[in-house]
Design a protein around this ligand. Sequence first.
Ligand code: CA
Length: 238
Amino acid sequence: MIQYFGISDVGCNRASNEDAFALEPDLGLFAVADGMGGAQAGERASRLAVEAIVKSIRAASPARNLESLLEAVRTANTDIFRQASESPALHGMGTTVVAVLLDPPLAHIASVGDSRLYLFRGGQLQRITSDQTWVNEIGRTLGLTEEQIHSHPFRNVLTMAVGARERIEVRSHELELEPGDLLLLSSDGLHGVVDENLLVEALAADSSLTKKGAALIERARSNGGPDNITAVLVENAN
Ligand code: CA
């Protein structure tokens, strides 16, 4: 049985929330998107992305496979790229996406940019996606340490975004879920601000998903909440 909860918070510094998320249990679909391109364009891009992905997965339903998820993200890219090309005010808009499509016992995962999917299993937190960022893809090959990557001025520079160009590389992953597994989809306003050991503390608490989600947001806010904060929790309950 799947339980889920999603929450997004503007944070402490920003005037608008450019993150968006989707909870579509009937489709087995859960997603987080983190828009960019200036307030209105960023909001537009992240919302367009989640709407396009939901629509595409609904059209493919009841089929649930990795290819339909990847195709949904590519369709979102085409939609956003076209709208950005047509309107000067929206030029350059784009968004990250991390999406999971449940096909029990499998979880198909697609990601673009630096929103992440984590697996919390047996008390351990494992990062499943890998960031499409300058520091991760180029800085790392130049020998930057984890500490340098964390504080690097280019740490938020994406090497790939949905809507930013005509064709994009969508990363994919597949997990075989076990009873008790908890998935966390997050924007960088959460995982870039709260250390992973503190994420573990919030996820391990003997509390409802609603309370865990609220605790994650609270931790990011108490660390200054410099960015929009989004967490989607999906539990493969016992
Ligand atoms: Ca962000």
